[in-house]
Design a protein around this ligand. Structure first.
Ligand SMILES: Nc1ncnc2c1ncn2[C@@H]1O[C@H](COP(=O)(O)OP(=O)(O)OP(=O)(O)O)[C@@H](O)[C@H]1O
Ligand SMILES: [Mg+2]
Length: 710
C-alpha cells in the first residue's frame, strides 16, 4: 500500500476513517432510535385500529336500529314537556337529552357519554316519572345518592334509597313496595354492592319485575365498570346480571368520560350490545382555562389565590382549591382563612364525620372554599361551583379534566386556574413513575402547563381524540393574556447536556434544582441570559422531548427524582435538534381575564332568598330551590305574576316559593325607581372593595357555621 507514504499521512487517514466510523455509528444509533419509535407508533396504531374495528363491527351488527330518528315526534311529547317544566323546573332540553329520553321511552338500552354537568340525571329521572312502575338507579357513592334523593324529594317525586344509612322502617317500606306495589315510590337508588351482595334485595326486585313494575334500570357513573376507566369499582363488574335477569327492562348507562375502549368494555360488561349510543362532546364551553406561573415563595402563591377569589367572587360564590398533599391542604386552608377567605380543608386522613360536615357546609354555601386533595372527588354534585384552582399540577390530563370539570356544572361561566412551576414536576413524577404510562400521562399534563401559545381546550380535544372546536377566547392562550416570545435555547440545551454528561462521568447525580444551580454557577462567565425559572422550564422542556430523562431512587423515607441524559441528548450535542423555549415578556393583563360579570342587586337578593328558603325547608340545598341559571332568568325577565313565573321555573316551584320570589322582585323593582340597578351594583362593589381592603390587614374570619364545629 502506501509504502512510500509517511506514517503521519497514514495516521491522518486512520483518524478520518475512525471519524467516519463514528458518524456511521451515530447514524445507526439514530436510525435504531427512529426504528424503535416507529415500532411503538405501529403497535399503538394497530391497537387503535383493532378497537375501532371491534366497535364498527358491533355497530354494524346492530346498524338498523341506530338509524331511528330520536328527535322526531313521540306520543309522550306533551306529557314529557309538562314534567320537564312543571316538576323539574327546566325550561328547555340541552343537547341530546330529549333524544335519550325518547330512546329509553321506546324501551331501548342506551349508553350515554355526556360531559360533567351536561344533565345526565334528567335523562333517566324524567322517563322514571313518565313510565309506570319503579326505576332502579345504581350509583357508586352514598353522598351522590343522598343528594339525588333529597333533590327529587324536594321536587315532590317519591324517591328512596337502600344504603347503610337507611333506617329499618324505611327499608321495610321499600321492600314492601317492591314486593307488593303498595307504597308510593318512583325512583329507588342503591349502591352496586346491593345488587351483587344482597340476595334479599335481588329477590324482591325479581318480584317487582314479575309484577311488571320495574320501569327501567339506570347505571350512573358507568365508567366504574371498566378496569380501563379511572374509578374502577369491583362491584360494578357484576351489574351485567341485571340485563340477564330482566331482559325486557331498558337499561341506561351514563358516564362523563369514556374512551372507545371503555365504551366497548361497558357494553360487554352490562350485556347491552344492542344499545343506542349517545356521545356528546367533552367540550365545556363555559369553562375558562388558565395556567399561572407559580411563585417559589409559598406565601406569594396564597396571596395570589386569595386575591383571585376576593377580587372576582365577592358574593361568596363556591370554589375548590386542589392541593398535592394532605399537609398542604391544611396549610393552604389556614393561610386563606388568615387572608379573609372562608375556607376549610378536606382529605382522606380526616374522620368521616368531620369530612362530611365540611362538605355539607360547602354544599349549603355556608363555606366558600374547600381545599382538598384528590379524595374530594366523584361525590361532588354542587352545580354552582364558580372556580376550581389547582395549587399544583395533577398527574394526568384525564384527572385534570375531571377535577377542573367540577366547575360550572350549571352551564354558567366559571374558571379553572392552575398554578404551575417546574419544581412541582419531580414531586408528581416520583409518585407516578411506577404506574402504567404514569410518566407519559404526567408529561402530557406538563406540556399543557408549559405551553404559552397552544389553546388549552385543544389539548383536551387531542387527549380525548375528538375533532377540534373553537375555543371562543375561553382560555388564557386564546384570549392572549400575555405577550409570548419564542427564543432559540439550543445553545443552553447543549451546555446543559454537556454539564450533565460531566456530572455522570464522575459517577454523580443531580436533581433538577441542583442541575440548574450548577449550570448557573458554571455559566456565569459565559453570560447566558436565562433566569433561574426559565432554566427550570428548559430542563422540563428537555425532559418532555426526551433529551433528558428522569430516574428515581428510593430511600427509607422518600423516592427522589434525578435528571439524567435521555435518548436524544446526542442530537442536541451534535446540533441535530433545535430547542426553543416560550418565554413571557410583559405583564399578564388581568383585566381581560375577568370573564365573569358582577352580580346585580336583584341577583344577590334572590340568592339570599334561596339560602333563607333552604334553611327553612330543612336541609334542601339552595341550588335545589332555585338554580343560578333560574336566578339569572328571573333577573332578566322580572316576572310580575304567577303565570309569568310558572313559565320560567315551572308550576311546582311557583306553588312552593312563588309568593316570596314575586315579593322580592316586586320590592326590588320599586326600590329601583329611586336607585337604579347600576348604582346598586356600584354600591355593592365598593362595599366589597372596602371589605377586601380590611381583609388584607390579615383579619381572621370566622365563617358562619364554625361555632357548631366546636
Ligand atoms: N336542560 C337543562 N337546562 C338547564 N339546566 C339543566 C338542564 N339539564 C340539567 N340541568 C342542570 O344541570 C346541572 C347538572 O346536571 P346533572 O347533575 O344531571 O349533570 P351530570 O351530567 O349528571 O354531571 P356529572 O357527570 O357531574 O354527574 C343540574 O343542576 C341540573 O339541574
Ligand atoms: Mg351525574
Amino acid at each position: 500500500m502506501a509504502a512510500n507514504g509517511s506514517t503521519e499521512d497514514l495516521l491522518e487517514e486512520l483518524l478520518n476513517v475512525e471519524l467516519e466510523l463514528q458518524d456511521v455509528q451515530d447514524e445507526i444509533k439514530r436510525l435504531l432510535d427512529k426504528q424503535e419509535k416507529l415500532y411503538e407508533k405501529q403497535s399503538e396504531l394497530k391497537a387503535v385500529i383493532e378497537s375501532y374495528q371491534g366497535l364498527e363491527q358491533a355497530e354494524k351488527d346492530h346498524a338498523a336500529p341506530q338509524t331511528e330518528n330520536w328527535s322526531g315526534a313521540f306520543e309522550w311529547d306533551n306529557e314529557a314537556d309538562d314534567i320537564r317544566l312543571n316538576i323539574f323546573g327546566i325550561p328547555t332540553y340541552r343537547a341530546n337529552q330529549r333524544e335519550i329520553i325518547n330512546a329509553i321511552m321506546s324501551e331501548r338500552d342506551v349508553l350515554v357519554i355526556m360531559a360533567a354537568g351536561g344533565g345526565k340525571s334528567l335523562c333517566y329521572q324524567l322517563p322514571a316519572v313518565l313510565r309506570p312502575g319503579i326505576a332502579l338507579v345504581i350509583s357508586p357513592l352514598l353522598s351522590l345518592i343522598q343528594d339525588q334523593v333529597m333533590g327529587l324529594t324536594a321536587l315532590g317525586i317519591p324517591a328512596s334509597m337502600l344504603t347503610s344509612t337507611t333506617s329499618k322502617d324505611n327499608e321495610k317500606f321499600v321492600y314492601k313496595t317492591l314486593e307488593k306495589g303498595e307504597g308510593d315510590l318512583k325512583i329507588l337508588y342503591v349502591t352496586p354492592e346491593k345488587v351483587s351482595k344482597s340476595k334479599r334485595f335481588v329477590s324482591k326486585l325479581e318480584k317487582c319485575h314479575h309484577a311488571g313494575r320495574l320501569s327501567l334500570i339506570s347505571i350512573d357513573e358507568a365508567h366504574c365498570c371498566s378496569q380501563w376507566g379511572h374509578d374502577f369499582r369491583p362491584d360494578y363488574k357484576n351489574l351485567g346480571i341485571l340485563k340477564t335477569q330482566f331482559p325486557n327492562v331498558p337499561v341506561i348507562a351514563l358516564t362523563a368520560t369514556a374512551t372507545k375502549k371503555v365504551q366497548l368494555d361497558l357494553m360487554e360488561m352490562l350485556n347491552i350490545p344492542k344499545c343506542i349510543k349517545f356521545v356528546s362532546t367533552v367540550n365545556r364551553p363555559n369553562l375558562f382555562y388558565m395556567v399561572r406561573e407559580k411563585s417559589s415563595v409559598g406565601k406569594a402563591v396564597i396571596d395570589d389565590i386569595a386575591d383571585f377569589i376576593q377580587s372576582s367572587y365577592t358574593n361568596n360564590e363556591s370554589g375548590i382549591v386542589y392541593c398535592f398533599s394532605r399537609k398542604e391542604c391544611e396549610q393552604v386552608a389556614k393561610e386563606l382563612r388568615e387572608r379573609g377567605v372562608s375556607a376549610d380543608y378536606y382529605h382522606a386522613d380526616m374522620d368521616v364525620n368531620a369530612r362530611e360536615k365540611v362538605h355539607m357546609r360547602w354544599s349549603n354555601s355556608k363555606l366558600q372554599v374547600i381545599v382538598g386533595t384528590v379524595a374530594f372527588g366523584m361525590g361532588i354534585n354542587k352545580p354552582d361551583v364558580r372556580f376550581v384552582i389547582h395549587h399544583s399540577l395533577g398527574k394526568s390530563m384525564e384527572t385534570y379534566y375531571q377535577e377542573s370539570g367540577r366547575a360550572g356544572r350549571d352551564g354558567l361561566p366559571s374558571e379553572c386556574l392552575l398554578y404551575f412551576r417546574p419544581a412541582d414536576v419531580p414531586r408528581q413524577s416520583s409518585m407516578v413513575f411506577y404506574e402504567n404510562s404514569g410518566l407519559q400521562n404526567l408529561y402530557d399534563m406538563v406540556q399543557y402547563c408549559q405551553s404559552k401559545r397552544e389553546c388549552r381546550r385543544s389539548a383536551f380535544f387531542k387527549h380525548f381524540a375528538e375533532p377540534l372546536q373553537d375555543c371562543n377566547g375561553m382560555c388564557d392562550n386564546c384570549a392572549d393574556l400575555c405577550k409570548v416570545k419564542e427564543i432559540d435555547a439550543s445553545g443552553h440545551a447543549r451546555a446543559l447536556v454537556t454539564l450533565l454528561q460531566g456530572i455522570q462521568e464522575m459517577d454523580q447525580r443531580a436533581t433538577m434544582l441542583q442541575l440548574v444551580e450548577k449550570f448557573k454557577v458554571k455559566n456565569k462567565e459565559v453570560g447566558f441570559e436565562l433566569k433561574k425559572d426559565e432554566l427550570e422550564h428548559l430542563v422540563i422542556q428537555l425532559i418532555i422531548h426526551r433529551v433528558l430523562k428522569e430516574e428515581f431512587s428510593h430511600t427509607a423515607y422518600a423516592t427522589n427524582a434525578y435528571v439524567t441524559l435521555g435518548p436524544l441528548a446526542k442530537h442536541v450535542l451534535h446540533g441535530k435538534k433545535n430547542i426553543t423555549l416560550e418565554v413571557t415578556s410583559g405583564q399578564r393583563s388581568l383585566a381581560k381575564s375577568s370573564k365573569r360579570s358582577r352580580h346585580t342587586g336583584l341577583e344577590i337578593k334572590l340568592d339570599n332568598l334561596r339560602k333563607e328558603l333552604s334553611s327553612m325547608h330543612g336541609g334542601i340545598f339552595p341550588h335545589s330551590i332555585l338554580s343560578t341559571q333560574q336566578i339569572s332568568m328571573l333577573c332578566s325577565q322580572k316576572p310580575e305574576s304567577t303565570e309569568q313565573l310558572e313559565k320560567i321555573i315551572g308550576k311546582l316551584k311557583t306553588q312552593k316559593y312563588g309568593e316570596r320570589i314575586l315579593e322580592v322582585i316586586g320590592k326590588h323593582e320599586s326600590d329601583d325607581e329611586q336607585c337604579d340597578d347600576s348604582a346598586d351594583e356600584e354600591k355593592e362593589t365598593s362595599v366589597n372593595r372596602n371589605a377586601r381592603r380590611s381583609k388584607y390587614k390579615k383579619v381572621v374570619v370566622i365563617d358562619e357555621s364554625s361555632e357548631d364545629d366546636n
